[in-house]
Design a protein around this ligand. Structure first.
Ligand SMILES: Cc1cc2nc3c(=O)[nH]c(=O)nc-3n(C[C@H](O)[C@H](O)[C@H](O)COP(=O)(O)OP(=O)(O)OC[C@H]3O[C@@H](n4cnc5c(N)ncnc54)[C@H](O)[C@@H]3O)c2cc1C
Length: 373
């Protein structure tokens, strides 16, 4: 089949790889003038890593392996710990943090040079029983047998299918960055997640002396941007237990990026006829669980599996959406819980030994993963 993909982000590149390997003709249209180089890091858990492996994307040499996640209170008490070595043994794939730029580079490796057309913003689409036509901002059009909207959380394809006003702002926003921070934690494989009255903080060693870090604070789209955001973060979080103050002292204003959290209620049916959605276009969610890109990769895997069955493509697209709905709606609901709700009492950490918490994580990972179903 001739397949049009809108968007060359994580989902667009991944789905293009899979569909090309399955023998389809694929064209990808991206609004940006070139491949995105910005953005901090993403955590690829075992489920996302398994899909990448299937797509022939190696994470070899990516240094940010995570072996354990410790959840702490803001005064440094351990609430709970999760052993990701165990999940890696169980599922066969390690968890890593990777710069978004590096993930996009790896997804793009080996793809034909003319596969992606940059500077092409999808404006509208039409379809009949057999073909889909997309119109771009410059007035040009492209026609194919199927169209996949991989155009992220402001998706034009979703707007065409679902109408306006579907994605809403959530109550938190994230300040984040990836910087050289010379503290002991940076040299480990331990991911810290810290919560307190002021918000939440994540510290993830990313390899090569780099630390991926984020601070979640209450946010609404009408809030004015602070004039000096780093000073504001230091004021708010600077009294938390070590190593938070050391991290805040080491990073600079230039490292800071901000994004407000958004979400949409995941629908049972995403597309119509020969059009479907993958990734944030179908399920924008706050980054609370670090599953957005991982669930996008799972979409790609299930979509590939369904199309490989052959037959009426519209039927296969609906089967893909039906298969994805229960898991991705569960992840989305969990991710919507604000970081303030993570404040499970430290006593839980003492009552349940690490092994049972880890086995809970493995069971939870099973529920999130389409491959397990
Ligand atoms: C700060 C932050 C941290 C995150 N951390 C994690 C994490 O640790 N783990 C994780 O799994 N997920 C994480 N996520 C979520 C993850 O980034 C997204 O879920 C993932 O990128 C979704 O991929 P996508 O392909 O759907 O969208 P994107 O990667 O956003 O790609 C969409 C692409 O479509 C293009 N596009 C948009 N509109 C048009 C148009 N009209 N025409 C043509 N092209 C268009 C865009 O330019 C973009 O290139 C995080 C997100 C953020 C913001």
């Amino acid at each position: 089949m001739e397949i049009l993909v809108i968007g060359a982000g994580v989902g667009g590149l991944a789905v293009a790889r899979g569909l090309l390997a399955a023998g389809h003709r694929v064209r990808v249209f991206e609004q940006a003038p070139a491949r995105r180089v910005g953005g901090a890091g993403l955590t690829i858990f075992s489920n996302g890593a398994a899909v990448l492996n299937d797509l022939g994307v190696s994470l070899e040499g990516v240094r940010g392996r995570i072996d354990r996640i410790d959840a702490l209170t803001s005064d440094g008490r351990l609430r709970t710990t999760m052993n990701l070595v165990h999940t890696a043994e169980r599922f066969g794939f390690e968890t890593r943090t990777i710069a978004r730029r590096d993930l996009l580079d790896r997804l793009g490796e080996g793809l034909p040079d003319d596969l992606i057309r940059y500077g092409m913003r999808c404006q509208s689409l039409t379809q009949d029983r057999d073909r889909v036509t997309v119109t771009f901002d410059d007035g040009t059009t492209a026609t194919g047998d199927l169209l996949i909207g991989a155009d992220g959380h402001h998706s034009v394809v979703r707007r065409h299918l679902w109408g306006e006003g579907v994605v809403r702002s959530a109550t938190f926003g994230t300040w984040q960055g990836r910087s050289p921070v010379d503290i002991d934690l940076t040299r480990t494989h331990l991911h810290l997640m810290i919560t307190g009255r002021e918000g939440a903080c994540g510290l993830i060693p990313a390899g090569d002396g780099m630390l991926q870090w984020w601070f979640d604070v209450r946010w609404s789209p009408t809030d004015p941007r602070p004039a000096a955001p780093l000073a504001e973060l230091r004021r708010r979080f600077g009294h938390w237990a070590s190593p938070v103050p050391e991290v805040l002292a080491a990073v600079s204003e230039d490292d800071l990026g901000f994004f407000g959290h958004h979400w949409n209620k995941v629908r049972q049916v995403w597309g119509e006829g020969r059009v479907t959605l993958i990734g944030d276009a179908a399920h924008t969610m706050p980054p609370t669980l670090g599953q957005g890109a991982n669930q996008t990769l799972e979409d790609v895997w299930v979509l590939g599996r369904e199309l490989a069955k052959g037959g009426d493509p519209a039927v296969r697209l609906r089967a893909y959406e039906k298969a994805r709905y229960p898991r991705v709606s569960l992840v989305s609901r969990l991710a919507r819980r604000s970081p303030a709700n993570w404040r499970i009492p430290p006593l839980i950490g003492r009552l349940f030994p690490e092994t049972s918490q880890t086995s809970m994580l493995a069971r939870y990972s099973n529920r999130l993963s389409a491959a397990a179903g």
